[in-house]
Design a protein around this ligand. Structure first.
Ligand code: ADP
Length: 455
């Protein structure tokens, strides 16, 4: 049965339910045991007279015990709101049983003790003491109706009442002790569970922090390794290239026919192109600085596009830039923000097929610049969307899953952010926001310079 707000509280001020149901289980067992003993007494061992009446009264008791059992099986307590009524019924029930049996001498008088015990288990001590008064009255009435003629009978009456009081006191004291211990244990258990939950939360938080800083470190190490490699290649390739270039130029200064001059000119042009590429490679892979500078975001975007053109998947794709005029400048660590845009552009290229288009829009609203990188690629599966910015989440065979995670870190350090602002089977848009450094322009830029960079 679900515990609800209406669950009553015991005299310890706690929800009774956890105690009440097991207590009810014990009570029911005591009742059935008493009834079985009663039937045996009446039908097998007891006096022959009043057997019918006694069986009838016991059966009434059995009906009550049955109702109690059914309620208990349904997770409820029969007549739980009327404990004194139950005590009264039991006082009358036992008194009548004794009356039809052997009066003060009847073995059914021991039922008073069992009744007091079950009452102490189920209810507050005050109820048990009132029940004691009801039982003492019941037994007193029985004595009066049967007459107390001898001093032995008077002693038996007094002793019975004293024993009832004794059982009342002993059972309430015992149950109070048990309840106190059980509530203390339950308090300790709750505290333990809370502590455990808190500990698990802390471990999860620390693990996440550790994973994130490890991811950032991995990314930095990769970049440093890439820088070293690129610088090495540029050096190894650059030197012979410079030598070839000067040889070509020397040859071109000689007396040669037009055809040779033209071809040597073409070779020189291609050599210069390779040198330019090498320059750009070295430029990009030089150790990043952490210097904050005031930059034009369009210049950073153009630089990212310039590097992205070397990416093998650029082929056959068009990049369209739509830059708003008069955008505020931004105060950023230039190299790091460049890394953000480069990552977004490369991701967009990975997502688009041959003939795909990538669009970059810039705009400004109040003092926030927004840069949207949109592609008409495959989109992002709904199941993956929540995990995009987690470290190591990748769907690519050769991906690291660090790109978007690092992007968000970099942007948040600069007071900006990145969001997935749209994705469907026909494309994806990531929007970067950055705080403007200059005074905010009066309204959002609507005019834009658009240009296409074909692959
Ligand atoms: P990586 O590129 O190494 O996989 P990222 O963190 O940059 O790491 O990207 C994580 C994942 O997000 C990618 O593997 C990809 O599934 C998805 N993703 C990122 N950008 C796009 C995009 N423009 N279109 C579709 N999926 C994307």
């Amino acid at each position: 049965m679900p515990a609800s707000a209406s669950v009553p509280h015991d005299d310890f001020g706690r929800e009774e339910f956890s105690w009440q149901l097991p207590a009810e289980g014990i009570t029911i067992r005591i009742r059935w045991f008493g009834l079985c003993v009663g039937y045996v007494l009446v039908n097998l061992l007891g006096p022959v007279q009043n057997r019918v009446e006694l069986n009838a009264i016991l059966t009434l008791g059995a009906v009550y015990a049955l109702l109690d059992t059914i309620w208990s099986l349904r997770g409820q307590v029969f007549l739980r709101a009327a404990p004194l009524f139950i005590s009264l019924m039991e006082a009358v029930f036992i008194g009548v049983l004794c009356h039809f049996d052997r009066g003060l001498e009847s073995p059914f008088r021991f039922y008073y003790f069992l009744s007091l015990l079950t009452c102490a288990i189920r209810y507050a001590p005050s109820i048990t003491y009132i029940t004691f008064v009801l039982h003492a009255t019941s037994f007193g009435t029985l004595a009066l109706s049967h007459g107390v003629d001898t001093s032995e009978e008077l002693t038996a009456l007094v002793m019975m009442v004293i024993f009832m009081g004794w059982v009342t006191w002993a059972s309430t004291a015992l149950v109070t002790l048990l309840k106190t211990a059980s509530f203390k244990l339950s308090d300790l258990n709750t505290e333990l569970q809370n502590n455990q939950a808190q500990l698990e939360r802390r471990i999860a938080e620390r693990t996440r922090e550790l994973q994130e800083s490890q991811a950032l470190l991995v990314q930095q190490e990769k970049q440093a390794a890439f820088g070293l490699l690129a610088a090495g290649i540029a050096h190894e390739v650059g030197n012979p290239l410079a030598a070839i270039s000067s040889l070509v130029q020397m040859m071109n200064r000689r007396e040669l026919d037009d055809y040779m001059h033209e071809k040597l000119g073409l070779i020189d042009e291609q050599l210069r192109r390779i040198q330019r590429t090498l320059h750009e490679l070295v430029d990009f892979s030089r150790p990043a600085t952490n210097d904050v500078a005031i930059c034009d975001i369009h210049e950073v975007l153009d630089n990212a596009l310039n590097i992205a053109k070397y990416y093998k998947r650029k082929k056959g794709k068009t990049i369209v830039t739509s830059y708003a005029d008069g955008l505020s400048r931004v105060e950023i660590v230039r190299d790091r923000i460049l890394q953000v845009f480069l990552n977004l552009i490369l991701n967009a290229m990975d997502a688009t097929g041959e003939g795909g288009t990538i669009e970059i829009h810039t705009s400004q609203q109040d003092d926030v610049l927004r840069i949207a990188v949109c592609d008409d690629g495959v989109g992002i599966d709904p199941d993956y969307r929540a995990r995009l910015f987690q470290p190591y989440f990748t769907t690519k065979a050769t991906g690291t899953g660090l790109g978007l995670f690092v992007c968000r870190n970099i942007l948040q350090e600069s007071g900006g952010d990145i969001e997935l602002t749209g994705t469907s089977s026909s494309g994806t848009t990531f929007t970067v926001s950055l705080p403007a450094f200059d005074a905010a322009p009066s309204e959002e830029r609507t005019t834009a310079t658009t240009s296409a960079h074909d692959g």
